[in-house]
Design a protein around this ligand. Structure first.
Ligand SMILES: [Zn+2]
Ligand SMILES: [Zn+2]
Length: 129
């Protein structure tokens, strides 16, 4: 069983989570586009209880396009978004794939909010629902 480790761009925030993700995806919603400055957010779901986050994470709360209250955690030093969570699944957190120390292990299983995808960032056919 592998341990996934990662952190923000400046290294002030670090995490480790045992084992593998529950599932992985890429989110094309407008909130993720704005929060990451890119076309979509590749992320994976892990157990909140089993994940250790270290460092000065700041949380931004907002209402997601689903209507659920959602929190995005970022590093206040470098601004990197790292983690998000939704009140709908409080036992889970979602870590952003590019924060992994070894991002090559990431494979998205499906896409969400495909209807909000930008024309310059199309959803690969194999990830469409
Ligand atoms: Zn940082
Ligand atoms: Zn999103």
């Amino acid at each position: 069983m592998r341990t996934l480790t990662g952190g923000c761009a400046c290294g002030a925030v670090r995490y480790e989570t045992p084992g593998d993700w529950e599932f992985s995806f890429q989110c094309h919603c407008r909130k993720c586009q704005r929060a990451t400055g890119t076309g979509h957010a590749p992320a994976f779901a892990v157990s909140r209880a089993e994940t250790r986050l270290h460092g000065p994470i700041k949380h931004y709360e907002h209402v997601a396009d689903t209507g659920a209250r959602t929190k995005t955690g970022f590093c206040p030093e470098c601004g990197s978004p790292i983690v998000s969570s939704t009140e709908r699944f409080p036992e889970r957190i979602y870590l952003l794939a590019a924060t992994l120390d070894d991002p090559t292990v990431f494979r998205p299983q499906f896409a969400v909010f495909e209807s909000e995808a930008q024309p310059w960032d199309t959803v690969p056919p194999e990830l469409r629902g």
